[in-house]
Design a protein around this ligand. Structure first.
Ligand code: NAD
Length: 250
Protein backbone atom coordinates (compact mmCIF):
# COMPACT_ATOMS: atom_id res chain seq x y z
CA UNK A 1 0.00 0.00 0.00
CA UNK A 2 1.26 3.49 -0.84
CA UNK A 3 1.06 5.75 2.16
CA UNK A 4 -0.96 8.82 1.25
CA UNK A 5 0.14 11.71 3.46
CA UNK A 6 -2.79 12.69 5.68
CA UNK A 7 -0.66 13.54 8.72
CA UNK A 8 -2.43 15.95 11.05
CA UNK A 9 -5.68 15.88 9.08
CA UNK A 10 -9.08 15.44 10.72
CA UNK A 11 -11.67 13.52 8.73
CA UNK A 12 -15.35 12.67 8.96
CA UNK A 13 -16.34 9.46 7.22
CA UNK A 14 -20.08 8.79 7.02
CA UNK A 15 -21.30 5.22 6.81
CA UNK A 16 -18.00 4.23 8.42
CA UNK A 17 -19.27 1.17 10.27
CA UNK A 18 -19.02 -1.11 7.26
CA UNK A 19 -17.91 -1.57 3.68
CA UNK A 20 -16.34 1.31 1.75
CA UNK A 21 -16.63 3.77 4.66
CA UNK A 22 -14.86 1.40 7.03
CA UNK A 23 -12.08 0.74 4.50
CA UNK A 24 -11.67 4.49 3.89
CA UNK A 25 -11.46 5.17 7.64
CA UNK A 26 -8.86 2.43 8.03
CA UNK A 27 -6.79 3.76 5.16
CA UNK A 28 -7.00 7.31 6.57
CA UNK A 29 -5.76 6.13 9.97
CA UNK A 30 -2.91 4.26 8.28
CA UNK A 31 -2.13 7.53 6.48
CA UNK A 32 -1.90 9.64 9.63
CA UNK A 33 -5.39 11.18 9.89
CA UNK A 34 -7.75 11.21 12.87
CA UNK A 35 -11.22 10.04 12.00
CA UNK A 36 -14.73 10.75 13.23
CA UNK A 37 -16.81 7.73 12.26
CA UNK A 38 -20.46 8.58 11.54
CA UNK A 39 -23.09 5.86 11.18
CA UNK A 40 -26.69 5.10 12.18
CA UNK A 41 -26.05 1.44 12.97
CA UNK A 42 -24.95 1.76 16.59
CA UNK A 43 -23.79 -1.81 17.12
CA UNK A 44 -21.76 -1.95 13.90
CA UNK A 45 -20.39 1.54 14.64
CA UNK A 46 -19.16 0.57 18.11
CA UNK A 47 -17.56 -2.59 16.70
CA UNK A 48 -15.85 -0.62 13.95
CA UNK A 49 -14.61 2.03 16.38
CA UNK A 50 -13.17 -0.62 18.67
CA UNK A 51 -11.27 -2.29 15.81
CA UNK A 52 -10.11 0.96 14.23
CA UNK A 53 -8.90 2.42 17.54
CA UNK A 54 -5.94 0.04 17.25
CA UNK A 55 -4.79 2.08 14.23
CA UNK A 56 -5.12 5.63 15.54
CA UNK A 57 -7.47 8.23 17.00
CA UNK A 58 -11.13 7.67 16.23
CA UNK A 59 -14.44 8.99 17.50
CA UNK A 60 -17.73 7.14 17.05
CA UNK A 61 -20.73 9.36 16.35
CA UNK A 62 -24.15 7.76 16.16
CA UNK A 63 -26.10 9.78 13.59
CA UNK A 64 -28.72 9.39 10.90
CA UNK A 65 -27.15 11.45 8.12
CA UNK A 66 -30.55 11.96 6.47
CA UNK A 67 -31.89 13.88 9.50
CA UNK A 68 -31.17 17.60 9.67
CA UNK A 69 -31.18 17.94 13.47
CA UNK A 70 -29.16 14.77 13.94
CA UNK A 71 -26.46 15.97 11.54
CA UNK A 72 -26.27 19.34 13.32
CA UNK A 73 -25.87 17.54 16.67
CA UNK A 74 -23.25 15.18 15.20
CA UNK A 75 -21.30 18.14 13.88
CA UNK A 76 -21.28 19.76 17.34
CA UNK A 77 -20.13 16.50 18.94
CA UNK A 78 -17.39 16.12 16.33
CA UNK A 79 -16.24 19.73 16.69
CA UNK A 80 -15.77 19.24 20.44
CA UNK A 81 -13.12 16.62 19.65
CA UNK A 82 -11.86 17.81 16.26
CA UNK A 83 -12.46 21.55 15.90
CA UNK A 84 -11.11 21.73 12.33
CA UNK A 85 -12.42 19.22 9.83
CA UNK A 86 -10.18 18.92 6.74
CA UNK A 87 -11.86 15.98 5.03
CA UNK A 88 -15.43 14.77 4.58
CA UNK A 89 -16.24 11.47 2.93
CA UNK A 90 -20.00 11.58 2.31
CA UNK A 91 -20.37 7.86 1.81
CA UNK A 92 -23.40 6.74 3.86
CA UNK A 93 -26.07 5.19 1.70
CA UNK A 94 -28.52 2.32 1.41
CA UNK A 95 -29.14 -0.19 -1.37
CA UNK A 96 -31.86 0.43 -3.92
CA UNK A 97 -35.35 -1.03 -3.95
CA UNK A 98 -35.59 -3.16 -7.06
CA UNK A 99 -38.89 -2.64 -8.90
CA UNK A 100 -40.05 -0.81 -12.03
CA UNK A 101 -39.63 2.96 -11.76
CA UNK A 102 -43.36 3.66 -12.07
CA UNK A 103 -44.23 1.31 -9.18
CA UNK A 104 -42.32 3.17 -6.48
CA UNK A 105 -44.39 4.28 -3.50
CA UNK A 106 -43.71 7.65 -1.90
CA UNK A 107 -42.14 5.79 1.04
CA UNK A 108 -39.76 3.91 -1.31
CA UNK A 109 -38.83 7.17 -3.02
CA UNK A 110 -38.28 9.13 0.21
CA UNK A 111 -36.23 6.29 1.73
CA UNK A 112 -33.71 6.47 -1.13
CA UNK A 113 -33.67 10.27 -1.37
CA UNK A 114 -33.19 10.70 2.36
CA UNK A 115 -30.38 8.20 2.81
CA UNK A 116 -28.55 8.56 -0.52
CA UNK A 117 -29.01 12.24 -1.42
CA UNK A 118 -30.28 14.38 1.47
CA UNK A 119 -27.53 12.86 3.63
CA UNK A 120 -24.91 14.14 1.16
CA UNK A 121 -26.37 17.65 1.21
CA UNK A 122 -26.67 17.82 5.01
CA UNK A 123 -23.15 16.53 5.70
CA UNK A 124 -21.56 18.83 3.10
CA UNK A 125 -23.51 21.79 4.47
CA UNK A 126 -22.25 20.98 7.96
CA UNK A 127 -18.55 21.11 7.05
CA UNK A 128 -18.22 23.57 4.17
CA UNK A 129 -18.37 26.89 6.12
CA UNK A 130 -15.46 25.83 8.36
CA UNK A 131 -13.45 24.64 5.36
CA UNK A 132 -13.99 27.95 3.54
CA UNK A 133 -12.96 29.86 6.67
CA UNK A 134 -9.71 27.88 6.93
CA UNK A 135 -9.10 27.92 3.16
CA UNK A 136 -8.69 24.17 2.94
CA UNK A 137 -10.88 21.12 2.51
CA UNK A 138 -11.33 17.89 0.64
CA UNK A 139 -14.78 16.40 0.13
CA UNK A 140 -15.42 13.07 -1.55
CA UNK A 141 -19.02 12.11 -2.25
CA UNK A 142 -19.52 8.40 -2.84
CA UNK A 143 -22.11 8.08 -5.56
CA UNK A 144 -22.49 5.15 -7.98
CA UNK A 145 -22.20 4.24 -11.63
CA UNK A 146 -26.02 4.04 -11.40
CA UNK A 147 -26.04 7.82 -11.04
CA UNK A 148 -24.12 8.19 -14.32
CA UNK A 149 -25.87 5.58 -16.46
CA UNK A 150 -29.28 5.14 -14.87
CA UNK A 151 -30.21 1.73 -13.53
CA UNK A 152 -33.20 -0.10 -14.96
CA UNK A 153 -35.15 -1.63 -12.07
CA UNK A 154 -33.46 0.64 -9.53
CA UNK A 155 -34.84 4.06 -10.43
CA UNK A 156 -34.91 5.87 -7.08
CA UNK A 157 -31.35 4.77 -6.25
CA UNK A 158 -30.14 5.93 -9.67
CA UNK A 159 -31.96 9.26 -9.29
CA UNK A 160 -30.51 9.84 -5.80
CA UNK A 161 -27.00 8.92 -6.95
CA UNK A 162 -27.34 11.10 -10.06
CA UNK A 163 -28.38 13.95 -7.78
CA UNK A 164 -25.29 13.35 -5.65
CA UNK A 165 -23.10 13.63 -8.76
CA UNK A 166 -24.60 16.91 -9.92
CA UNK A 167 -24.47 18.23 -6.35
CA UNK A 168 -20.71 17.39 -6.24
CA UNK A 169 -20.17 19.06 -9.62
CA UNK A 170 -22.02 22.17 -8.44
CA UNK A 171 -20.28 22.38 -5.07
CA UNK A 172 -16.91 21.79 -6.74
CA UNK A 173 -17.47 24.71 -9.09
CA UNK A 174 -18.83 26.98 -6.33
CA UNK A 175 -15.83 26.29 -4.08
CA UNK A 176 -13.12 26.07 -6.75
CA UNK A 177 -11.31 29.22 -5.59
CA UNK A 178 -11.55 28.51 -1.86
CA UNK A 179 -9.04 25.67 -1.44
CA UNK A 180 -11.91 23.21 -0.98
CA UNK A 181 -11.94 20.46 -3.61
CA UNK A 182 -15.10 18.40 -4.06
CA UNK A 183 -15.04 15.19 -6.07
CA UNK A 184 -17.15 12.16 -6.57
CA UNK A 185 -16.35 8.45 -6.50
CA UNK A 186 -18.64 6.29 -8.65
CA UNK A 187 -18.21 2.60 -7.82
CA UNK A 188 -19.92 -0.41 -9.35
CA UNK A 189 -20.16 -3.90 -7.88
CA UNK A 190 -18.05 -3.60 -4.72
CA UNK A 191 -18.02 -6.58 -2.38
CA UNK A 192 -19.50 -5.08 0.80
CA UNK A 193 -22.41 -5.89 3.15
CA UNK A 194 -24.63 -3.65 0.97
CA UNK A 195 -24.71 -6.38 -1.67
CA UNK A 196 -26.51 -8.61 0.84
CA UNK A 197 -29.54 -6.36 0.32
CA UNK A 198 -29.55 -6.93 -3.46
CA UNK A 199 -31.31 -9.80 -5.20
CA UNK A 200 -29.08 -12.39 -6.96
CA UNK A 201 -30.79 -11.53 -10.29
CA UNK A 202 -29.98 -7.83 -9.93
CA UNK A 203 -26.42 -8.68 -8.88
CA UNK A 204 -26.02 -10.78 -12.03
CA UNK A 205 -27.06 -7.73 -14.09
CA UNK A 206 -24.45 -5.60 -12.33
CA UNK A 207 -21.52 -8.03 -12.71
CA UNK A 208 -22.37 -8.84 -16.33
CA UNK A 209 -21.66 -5.19 -17.17
CA UNK A 210 -18.19 -5.20 -15.62
CA UNK A 211 -15.50 -6.17 -18.17
CA UNK A 212 -12.99 -6.97 -15.42
CA UNK A 213 -15.13 -9.99 -14.52
CA UNK A 214 -15.02 -9.67 -10.75
CA UNK A 215 -16.35 -7.54 -7.93
CA UNK A 216 -14.19 -4.73 -6.61
CA UNK A 217 -13.06 -4.54 -2.99
CA UNK A 218 -13.80 -1.80 -0.48
CA UNK A 219 -10.03 -1.31 -0.17
CA UNK A 220 -9.76 -0.57 -3.91
CA UNK A 221 -12.34 2.19 -3.58
CA UNK A 222 -10.66 3.45 -0.39
CA UNK A 223 -7.35 3.75 -2.27
CA UNK A 224 -8.97 6.12 -4.75
CA UNK A 225 -10.76 8.04 -2.00
CA UNK A 226 -7.51 8.47 -0.06
CA UNK A 227 -5.89 10.28 -2.98
CA UNK A 228 -8.98 12.41 -3.62
CA UNK A 229 -8.91 13.34 0.10
CA UNK A 230 -5.24 14.34 0.05
CA UNK A 231 -3.52 17.68 -0.44
CA UNK A 232 -2.11 16.34 -3.71
CA UNK A 233 -5.59 16.42 -5.23
CA UNK A 234 -5.28 20.15 -5.84
CA UNK A 235 -6.29 20.66 -9.48
CA UNK A 236 -9.31 18.42 -9.67
CA UNK A 237 -12.73 19.44 -8.44
CA UNK A 238 -16.32 18.80 -9.43
CA UNK A 239 -15.15 15.60 -11.12
CA UNK A 240 -16.40 12.02 -11.09
CA UNK A 241 -13.97 9.10 -10.78
CA UNK A 242 -15.18 5.62 -11.54
CA UNK A 243 -14.20 2.41 -9.79
CA UNK A 244 -16.21 0.10 -11.99
CA UNK A 245 -13.89 -2.55 -13.41
CA UNK A 246 -14.07 -1.03 -16.88
CA UNK A 247 -17.85 -0.56 -16.93
CA UNK A 248 -17.86 3.25 -17.19
CA UNK A 249 -17.51 4.47 -20.76
CA UNK A 250 -17.29 8.18 -19.95
N1 NAD B 1 -21.13 -1.85 -2.76
C1 NAD B 1 -21.37 -1.45 -4.00
O1 NAD B 1 -21.39 -2.24 -4.96
C2 NAD B 1 -21.60 0.01 -4.30
C3 NAD B 1 -21.68 0.40 -5.65
C4 NAD B 1 -21.91 1.73 -5.94
C5 NAD B 1 -22.04 2.65 -4.93
N2 NAD B 1 -21.97 2.25 -3.63
C6 NAD B 1 -22.16 3.28 -2.59
O2 NAD B 1 -21.08 3.26 -1.69
C7 NAD B 1 -21.54 3.74 -0.41
C8 NAD B 1 -21.10 2.76 0.66
O3 NAD B 1 -21.71 1.53 0.38
P1 NAD B 1 -21.18 0.14 0.93
O4 NAD B 1 -21.22 -0.79 -0.20
O5 NAD B 1 -19.95 0.32 1.72
O6 NAD B 1 -22.44 -0.20 1.88
P2 NAD B 1 -22.52 -0.87 3.33
O7 NAD B 1 -23.95 -1.24 3.51
O8 NAD B 1 -21.48 -1.91 3.47
O9 NAD B 1 -22.14 0.36 4.30
C9 NAD B 1 -22.94 1.51 4.32
C10 NAD B 1 -22.91 2.09 5.72
O10 NAD B 1 -23.67 3.30 5.69
C11 NAD B 1 -24.50 3.35 6.85
N3 NAD B 1 -25.63 4.22 6.55
C12 NAD B 1 -26.55 4.09 5.56
N4 NAD B 1 -27.42 5.11 5.59
C13 NAD B 1 -27.05 5.91 6.63
C14 NAD B 1 -27.55 7.11 7.16
N5 NAD B 1 -28.65 7.70 6.68
N6 NAD B 1 -26.91 7.66 8.22
C15 NAD B 1 -25.80 7.08 8.74
N7 NAD B 1 -25.29 5.93 8.29
C16 NAD B 1 -25.91 5.34 7.24
C17 NAD B 1 -24.87 1.90 7.12
O11 NAD B 1 -25.26 1.68 8.46
C18 NAD B 1 -23.57 1.18 6.77
O12 NAD B 1 -22.70 1.06 7.88
C19 NAD B 1 -23.05 3.88 -0.52
O13 NAD B 1 -23.39 5.23 -0.72
C20 NAD B 1 -23.39 3.05 -1.75
O14 NAD B 1 -24.55 3.47 -2.40
C21 NAD B 1 -21.75 0.96 -3.29
Amino acid sequence: MNRIDLDGRNAIVTGAAKGIGYAAAERFLDSGAKVSLWDFNREALDNAAERLAAKGEVQAVHVDCGDEDAVAAAMRETADRFPAIDILIANAGVAGIVKPAWEYTMDDWHHLMRNDLTSVFLCCRAVVPGMIERGYGRIVIVSSIAGMEGAPGNGAYAAAKGGAITYAKTLGKELAKTGVMVNCSAPSGIDTPLLGDITPEYMETVTSKMPIGRLGTAEEVAAQIAWLASEECSFSTGAVYDTSGGRAVY
